[in-house]
Design a protein around this ligand. Structure first.
Ligand code: RP5
Length: 157
């Protein structure tokens, strides 16, 4: 695997339309990443292999998106001490309530930083905030982004 700072995992190709928002953020901040489809339930061994390969490639933050009984972020957390961000995806009849609870309600000792249902953009930004703690370029870009958001609101009147 090429050097990366972030690994995006998603449980299914059906999650991709949502997770493209995470990719757009990482692209905008010029952060190297890799995206893979791996499922905690359907491909457990391959999921663990992906975590090992990403760490060997320098990965600093994992972003894991899954819907329904969403255990992907938790499984990844069990295999790394790098920060793990979980994105609960609205899939199936419970529309993400199931994924939110199964992602956020980790047992004590194994934290997953969980964003809102379909919160793919915030997952990307949170990953960049983590990386920015040791990166002045990213800190500057984050401050510019916040200023641009404020300007856009104030321009509305
Ligand atoms: C989860 O089940 C996936 O992350 C997806 O959100 C949901 C449905 O998967 P598919 O049946 O569309 O593959 O594992």
């Amino acid at each position: 695997m090429e050097p990366i700072q972030v690994l995006i995992l998603m449980g299914s190709k059906s999650d991709r339309p949502i997770m493209e928002k995470t990719e757009a953020v990482l692209d905008a901040f010029d952060v190297p990443y890799r995206t893979m489809i791996r499922s905690a339930h359907r491909t457990p061994e391959a999921t663990i292999e992906a975590v090992k390969a990403a760490e060997a490639a320098g990965c600093q933050v994992f972003i894991c998106a899954a819907g329904m009984a969403a255990h992907l972020a938790g499984v990844v957390c069990s295999k790394t001490v790098k920060p793990v961000i979980g994105v609960p995806i609205a899939a199936g009849p419970l529309q993400g309530e199931d994924a939110l609870h199964s992602t956020v309600m980790m047992p004590p000792g194994l934290p997953v930083a969980t964003v809102g249902i379909n919160g793919a953009k915030n997952a990307g930004l949170l990953a960049i905030q983590m990386l920015a703690q040791h990166d002045e370029r990213l800190t500057r870009l984050l401050k510019e982004d916040r200023a641009a958001q404020a300007e856009a609101i104030l321009a509305e009147g």
